[in-house]
Design a protein around this ligand. Structure first.
Ligand code: ADP
Ligand code: MG
Length: 300
């Protein structure tokens, strides 16, 4: 797998406010990443830093393994971090031709990209006649004109109606399926769940979780257990193939399942090993519950 972007201990301060705090993550080619967090959690600031429009306070980032300058690297990055802005009295086609001239890229991809975002039949319509969703789709087409390695989107569905939201998400999935790496910032858990394979969760500029969306979902649920002999309990659980991560907090052991196992069976297995539990509950948390738990006390 090749690395598209590495972010290492990145920090951004605006005066006394730390917008991004010691943030590290890696973006590998071919995946769809979500930066997920409530408003004000530092998503746009993070994108701004790696796109060279916001100065970092400390830390590093490197594009494509760090062998090219950021300026050169950004030529292989397509980004939409602001509301789409084109010339209102020019058509979609005229606007994209202009973008090609400004960016010095070939005009040969214009029709293909308009088709991809479902605007080919509107190519001769003036930009000002477009709905917000169409404007956003034109911006996506524009960002793809030079076939970038990665497409970066900041809150791509903000302000759109449900149909517009659906269209944008489907387009993002299509682009990803063609092999373009995607990084999108969103405050919508639902969006990340539907579109992304990987997620970095931020709260007040700090990373709370990064990894696959499906491992966060913990689709097989988890057990909460208590026992007088916690060490023996944990050591048994760590050898049991059904469990992934095992955590302990205040005498309560949480063991995440990586395959199906019911409470009755686990109870018997433990009993057979001479481990008596005083508490055994199987739970299944939705991603939403986990997200809320991870990001709670946002204003604290
Ligand atoms: P998000 O995109 O997750 O909503 P932002 O990255 O926009 O969050 O903002 C993170 C924090 O940094 C917020 O508290 C915001 O008010 C602050 N912030 C962002 N840009 C600036 C700026 N140019 N000057 C001062 N504070 C800023
Ligand atoms: Mg933002």
């Amino acid at each position: 797998m090749s690395t598209i972007l590495t972010v290492n201990h990145l920090t951004k301060k605006f005066g006394h406010l730390t917008a991004v705090k010691d943030l590290s993550f890696t973006i590998e080619k071919g995946n769809v990443y979500g930066i997920l967090g409530p408003n004000g959690s530092g998503k746009s600031t993070t994108l701004g830093i790696v796109l060279n429009v916001v100065n970092k306070t400390s830390g590093e980032f490197a594009w494509f393994g760090g062998n090219t300058s950021t300026h050169e690297a950004l030529k292989k990055v397509g980004a939409i971090i602001e509301r789409p802005n084109f010339y209102p009295y020019m058509t979609a086609l005229q606007n994209l031709k202009l973008v090609c001239k400004i960016k010095d890229v070939t005009q040969s991809k214009i029709e293909e990209k308009l088709d991809l975002v479902g605007l080919l039949d509107r190519k001769n319509s003036k930009f000002r006649t477009f709905s917000l969703g169409m404007k956003q789709r034109l911006a996506i087409a524009s960002a793809l004109l030079n076939d970038p390695e990665i497409l970066i989107l900041d809150e791509p569905t903000n302000g759109l109606d449900p149909q517009g939201i659906h269209q944008i998400r489907e387009i993002i999935k299509t682009i990803a399926a063609k092999g373009t790496t995607i990084l999108l910032a969103s405050h919508l858990l639902d969006e990340v769940e539907k579109v992304c394979s990987h997620v970095v969760i931020l709260r007040k500029g700090e990373k709370l979780y990064s990894g696959r969306v499906d491992s966060l979902q913990a689709s097989f649920g988890f057990f909460e257990l208590k026992s007088d002999d916690l060490e023996k309990l944990k050591s048994y659980l760590s050898t049991n193939e059904h469990f992934g991560s095992i955590k302990q907090e205040n005498g309560l052991v949480t063991a995440i399942l990586t395959s199906e196992l019911n409470a009755h069976t686990l109870n018997k297995l433990l009993f057979d090993k001479g481990i008596i539990v005083s508490h055994l509950v199987k739970r299944k948390e939705s991603l939403e519950e986990q997200f809320l738990a991870l990001t709670k006390n946002v204003n604290a």
